[in-house]
Ligand binder design. Structure first.
Ligand code: UDX
Length: 491
């Protein structure tokens, strides 16, 4: 067999290709980046996974074990700039992004400069040849390029939400933003391409609602600016698939240097979630599910950042009890504040003996694929959305913030694999929507066929699998042109 020169060049570059991945330190982003890293490792590349100091300490043994199991993976960290006792919750995201930029940025620059030197590290890793940074941290790819390392932006959210953020300047120009004071949130939005037929004001990223002529929402401003700047990255990578988001991807492709739709990555990856899970899984819930009838359980999780009031908790609880199915409910320790303990007891008592399982954190992927789960009441965070889609589980969406409002619109009005109860948290609505999700054969059929389509996308020869291969080749090509700096440290 003849090995041609191009193959040999690619093999050599493959050995040397070393990607530094840098997610923001939020659970959904960490999971998504770990699944991506698993794909890179499988393709033969080296991966340095950059955590924050706070999270790497919090992950402790789980991260060490994952790195020990894979000789081409290591975890390093930079500070996030926040005091140790900061809650690092949803309300603090602008502060976190600022801290990452101002304190994490210089540390990242120094680290990357040292990792770029040939022989710069003692653990035998080759120099870093490419950076894949979270698409909401433009400083990370700007610094990489300044140091001569090509950089790709990875947005872990839906293509439709990225397109919506990118369209914000145009929505302002068209007068569709800011919304008139007291205006009807059901009014259609025409300025996001491809979504003219179904997008309403209430479906735009929720920060759009707080925008006024005199007030600029800092989180919206940051995310829009990052989205606009991703045009400068070598490519934009998204954890989605053409069959779910063809139109949005086509619009984005016109705006970016290149776009890769490689998801849902978790469906291609057996990655142990424990390596990035900030909470400890309660595996007892799987034993509880084992004892329940087929498709009889409502699974409720609102992700890693949502906080709810006691009133909202009470409405959810009454709605769930009224609909009458057993439920598995993830109530994180920081979700309800001081009333958490009482709420837990209240939920268990209201459901009746053995009819509920309320835990702080579950292995969500295993839960969603369990035969006992009949529907998923979710905040429609993008990871949860695609995890639900992959398992073919009907969804009820109660979006909390950022991209979740638009994701839930796609679930309810475009894919129709579930229902969208955004902006309402009333027991009757919870009861009614959960009942439809549990009992409608049409919703179940649609959810099933969507899952089959996505399974084809990620399977051999499917669109996402081919996109992932194209991305790996792209990274190798970038790596072969990104020569390491000589190590002058010992001179
Ligand atoms: C955040 C934003 O909220 C979300 O809108 C955005 O799309 C990504 O960043 P998060 O709120 O954490 O993410 O939601 P989501 O994207 O759904 O990610 C949550 C992750 O935690 C999922 O991968 C889910 O499987 C996992 N999870 C959740 C668990 O492993 N156990 C649980 O008990 C709950």
């Amino acid at each position: 067999m003849q090995v041609d020169r191009a193959d040999m060049a690619e093999a050599a570059a493959a050995d040397m290709a070393h990607v530094l991945v840098f997610p923001i330190p939020a659970q959904g982003h960490l999971n998504s980046f770990l699944h991506f890293s698993t794909g890179l490792l499988r393709a033969g590349l080296h991966v340095t996974f950059l955590h924050t100091v706070h999270n790497l300490r919090r992950l402790g043994a789980a991260a060490r074990e994952a790195a020990a199991a894979s000789p081409r993976l290591r975890f390093l960290s930079v500070p996030d700039g926040l005091p140790e006792n900061d809650p690092r919750d949803a309300g603090g995201i602008p502060r976190l992004l600022e801290g990452l930029h101002t304190t994490g940025g210089p540390a990242y620059r120094d680290l990357l400069a040292s990792l770029r030197r040939a022989g710069g590290t003692a653990d035998g890793f080759p120099p870093v040849t490419c950076v894949v940074a979270d698409g909401v941290m433009p400083f990370a790819w700007a610094i990489a390029e300044e140091l001569g390392v090509p950089a790709i932006a990875y947005r872990t959210v839906s293509a439709c939400s990225v397109l919506a953020y990118l369209s914000v300047p145009k929505l302002i120009e068209l007068g569709e933003l800011p919304f008139p004071e007291g205006g009807n949130l059901d009014e259609p939005i025409r300025g996001v391409p491809g979504m003219e037929g179904f997008l309403r004001r209430r479906d735009l990223p929720v920060q759009c609602r707080s925008l006024t002529d005199t007030y600029q929402d800092p989180l919206l401003e940051t995310v829009v600016a990052a989205t606009v700047q991703s045009r400068k990255a070598r490519a934009l990578m998204l954890n989605t698939t053409a069959s779910l988001e063809r139109a949005s991807l086509a619009h984005l492709a016109r705006e970016m240097r290149d776009v890769f739709a490689v998801g849902p990555l978790h469906a291609m990856s057996p990655a142990p979630a424990a390596a990035t899970s900030l909470w400890r899984h309660d595996d007892g819930c799987l034993a509880w599910l084992d004892g329940q009838a087929e498709r009889s359980v409502v699974y409720i999780s609102l992700g890693s950042l949502t906080v709810i009031s006691h009133e909202q908790f009470t409405e959810f609880l009454h709605g769930l009890v009224a609909v009458g199915y057993p439920f598995l409910w993830v109530l994180r320790p920081d979700m309800l504040g001081v009333s958490q303990g009482a709420a837990l007891k209240e939920a268990v008592a209201a459901a009746g003996e053995g009819r509920s399982c309320v835990v702080p954190w579950v292995p969500q992927r295993d839960v969603l694929r369990h035969r006992a789960v009949g529907c998923f009441l979710t905040h429609a965070g993008w990871n949860s959305t695609v995890e639900g889609v992959v398992e073919g589980v009907p969804m009820v969406c109660w979006p909390f913030f950022v991209d979740q409002q638009i994701n839930s619109r796609f679930v309810g009005a475009v894919w129709r694999n579930g229902l969208d109860m955004k902006d309402v948290c009333e027991r009757d609505v919870v009861e009614g929507t959960v009942r439809v999700a549990m009992e409608s054969s049409e919703v179940r059929r649609t959810a099933r066929s969507l899952a089959e389509q996505v399974e084809r996308d990620v399977g051999d020869g499917g669109s996402s699998a081919l996109e992932f291969k194209r991305l790996v080749s792209f990274i190798r090509e970038l790596s072969s042109t990104s020569a390491a700096e000589p190590d002058l440290s010992s001179e």
